[in-house]
Design a protein around this ligand. Structure first.
Ligand code: ZN
Length: 63
């Protein structure tokens, strides 16, 4: 990824966060969202989200 601020010129570091929502009965994952923050300028963005609609929670058990 490359931020619009061009970071420190050599490389760019980002913090990455992942969030998710569960169905009310904890029957599975409803959606996942991923976003990033540029360490150099603090700009938030470059996010994406997916509607998952699955009952599979195997990955949550690994977190
Ligand atoms: Zn930046």
């Amino acid at each position: 990824m490359v931020c619009e601020c061009d970071g420190d010129g050599d490389e760019e570091d980002f913090n990455v966060a992942v969030g998710y929502s569960l169905y009310a009965d904890n029957a599975g994952i409803r959606a996942i969202a991923v976003t990033s923050r540029c360490v150099a300028c603090g700009r938030l963005g470059y996010w994406v989200d997916w509607m998952v609609r699955t009952g599979d929670t195997t990955l949550l058990e690994l977190a």
